[in-house]
Design a protein around this ligand. Structure first.
Ligand code: XMP
Length: 513
């Protein structure tokens, strides 16, 4: 049985390559799924994807333990596009040669299309810049293939066997450095595989709504709402599908930023009219956290208490059958060649109280973060939620070094609001990944007016990043730093210094804990 939505399988020979390809395919409005390289031909035949793309990967095809693929897949008649490692594997599997060479090719290369009638290059310039990153390359294309493009160092830079619907490029069409890359992918998807660009936000939502209704039936669904992007979009999507069968539980642990709790309540209860239980658990958390300064301990207490409070509320409601979670696609696939799509079990992580059990519903589990934001926008969630910066689950608790008190929370909240307002007004294009204030556990002397002070500093953290894995401190203008410093010292009592963190990640982390 074919997949319900026409699907391209991206065979994973290297996780970051596979994810990028999967995202690019989706940018072409075709649904894609990452599958492990040990997927069998019979499994592929059973699931009948519309096409396969073999990803690049770090291995050499001859290296011991280099990932292989069931070569029966080439004979299924499903179009296959091999990229980089995927091309070399295709060549070796089908009788071509990949000689060991001393010359690799890294960076831009000048590609000459030698067969402009090849569907991949039709209508595109015959001379192109492409991005290469390889040591080995195909020396002889397998029988039945034509060489369709070459570069000065790589004579077989692309090859195709129209009959068997097999295509390959040594370069990376999925990276932004290959300017015609997306066009080449589109030609493969639309012209070779005959797909249409039908995977659009409207269809994604319609399809998800249908699936949710079928899964849930008349049961009630409970969803923990934090105000973050993932839980907010999950809630909005469920609400679209099942209306008042959904109840959201918003556990206010008191570690949120200024006005954040009120905003969550306003958006979901007043605007979306979602049945919402707002649990005011601030005092409960402060009591539990009193005197605790170890960061791990703080996180543990907050996490554990969340589930206690959540299930207290959830078990009050009658007829709940499902627990909704904002799990995203990168949470579902494990990284590493051959490991993609091995499902991580979230069920084990949820501490159901004895005798309580809900099935999980995860309507975003096939989507990447940027797609989730688009779904949220399409569903009418406000911009500030859809584009909310990452914010740790334990909230300000990780940004107060040392023990947590109500007074420190209040101080940090007010300083943080100034940082967010000032940088937000300056960074209109959202170039800065994340910015916030931190309250460390020290005091120092200062002088204000005629008086000596003994106050706390505020540390401003602002970083540029693409994915939070690495980050650099943001080069904010001095005037902006000066304005924040002045405002924080003048407006936030107890603060007598402001410092700016100029540490990248690594060696630092983004958060202070
Ligand atoms: P670090 O501090 O490790 O943070 O460089 C990387 C990114 O993760 C965010 N972060 C969290 N996000 N729950 C979250 O949802 C958490 O407990 C958590 N801790 C850190 C952090 O803000 C940064 O974007």
């Amino acid at each position: 049985m074919a997949e319900a939505v026409p699907t391209v399988f991206v065979v994973d020979f290297g996780a970051q390559y596979a994810q990028l390809i999967a995202r690019r395919v989706r940018e072409c409005h075709v649904f894609s799924e990452i599958v492990p390289s040990d997927i069998t031909a019979s499994e592929v035949a059973r699931r009948a994807p519309s096409a396969l793309i073999l990803s690049g990967g770090p291995a050499s095809v001859y290296a011991e333990g280099a990932p292989k693929m069931d070569s029966g897949i080439y004979a299924l008649g499903i179009p296959v596009l091999g990229l980089c490692y995927g091309m070399q594997l295709m060549a070796v599997d089908l009788g071509g040669a990949v000689p060991k060479t001393d010359v690799g090719e890294y960076g831009f290369a000048q590609l000459s299309v030698t067969d402009p009638s090849c569907e991949l290059f039709e209508g595109l310039s015959t001379e192109q810049h492409v991005w290469m990153s390889h040591r080995d390359s195909v020396g002889t294309a397998p029988a039945g293939f034509r060489v369709t493009a070459s570069t000065p160092t790589t004579p077989v830079a692309a090859m195709a066997d129209r009959e068997r619907r097999l295509y390959a490029t040594q370069f990376h069409p999925e990276v932004a450095h290959t300017p015609a890359g997306l066009d080449i992918l589109k030609r493969f998807l639309y012209d070779v595989a005959g797909l249409s660009p039908t995977w659009t936000m409207v269809n994604i939502i319609d399809e998800a709504v249908g699936r949710i209704r079928a899964q849930v039936g008349d049961a009630k669904v409970i969803c923990g709402l934090s105000g973050g992007v993932d839980s907010s979009v999950t809630a909005a999507l469920l609400h679209r599908a099942i209306g008042a069968q959904l109840t959201c539980v918003f556990v206010d642990h008191g570690m949120l930023r200024l006005d954040e709790a009120a905003d969550v309540v306003h958006v979901f209860r007043d605007q979306f009219r979602v049945p919402l239980v707002h649990v005011q658990a601030q005092k409960r958390y402060l009591d539990l956290l009193a005197g605790v300064s170890d960061p791990e301990r703080k996180r543990h207490i907050i996490g554990e208490e969340f589930w206690k409070v959540f299930f207290e509320e959830a078990t009050r409601l009658e007829g709940v059958g499902f627990l909704a979670q904002g799990t995203l696609y990168p949470d579902v696939i494990e990284s590493g060649p051959g490991k993609a799509a091995k499902i991580k079990s979230h069920h084990n992580l949820i501490p159901f109280p004895p005798g309580v059990h809900f099935d999980l519903i995860e309507p975003l589990r096939t989507l990447f973060k940027d797609e989730v934001r688009e779904v949220g926008a399409e569903l009418g969630l406000p911009d500030h939620i859809v584009h909310r910066q990452p914010f740790p689950g334990p909230g300000l608790a990780v940004r107060i070094i040392g023990d947590i008190t109500e007074e420190k929370l209040d101080t940090l909240r007010r300083a943080d609001a100034i940082v967010r307002q000032e940088i937000g007004e300056w960074d209109t294009d959202r170039e800065v990944w994340q910015y916030f204030a931190v309250l460390p556990d020290i005091r120092s002397v200062g002088v204000m007016g005629d008086e000596r002070t003994y106050g706390r500093p505020i540390i401003i953290r602002a970083v540029a990043s693409a994915d939070a894995m690495t980050a650099d401190w943001a080069r904010l203008p001095h005037d902006l730093l000066a304005k924040m410093s002045n405002r924080i010292i003048n407006e936030v009592e107890g603060i007598n210094r402001v410092a700016y963190d100029i540490t990248s990640k690594p060696p630092g982390t983004i958060e202070w804990e």
